[in-house]
Design a protein around this ligand. Sequence first.
Ligand SMILES: [Fe+2]
Length: 230
Amino acid sequence: MKVQNLRELLVDELRDLYSAETQLTQALPKVAKTSSRPELKKAIEHHLKETEGQVTRLEQAFQQLHENPKGKMCEGMKGLITETDQRIKDGGDPATLDAGLIAEAQRVEHYEISAYGSARTFANLLGEKNVVHLLEQTLQEEKAADAKLNCWPRPSIWKPAQPDPEMLRAGEAAASPSAFAGGDGLRRDAALPPAPRRRRLPAPDRSRCRFSPPPENRETAPGKHREGEV
Ligand SMILES: [Fe+2]
């Protein structure tokens, strides 16, 4: 759609969000059904209810603007859902698949947070206070959903794989002083400069994690995870 002013852009962005949320209401039941952990299933079902409320809020925003919510397909959400469907189809170890579903869900949340943030800014600039209020409520829900996903006790389901004996041997050889002299025949890169020291990342702020992990994962409570850990 060719947009000539900020109001048209806001309506177009809201139509995109309406399509995104509607697609999600159809996709989430399948994700909930696939998850093997009852707690994860419950969390997804809870977000489905929230998403239905978000669709209603968008309809209210369109009423405020005297516009029709339909007429656009959100290709971004369509792509994210296609990837999630593929993850489900590929299948695999149930606990690992759960970790994959959490990762897909977090992609969706980040997409929505960005879209709602922009739409709220446009509505604010246009002085559409009621629309701002509606979008702000949903934005906070999306941020809370993302925070819950951050707190999900993933390390407990991410069991380390059996170490590869070849890799172990190579690691031991690399650690020995003779390795750098090339005497054991395992290291071929002795001439390379030593790898740069890894910078220690600051500890993530978990102070807003109010989600309590399931009982069997208490030992991996929020605060013990590294950022980006699956
Ligand atoms: Fe949403």
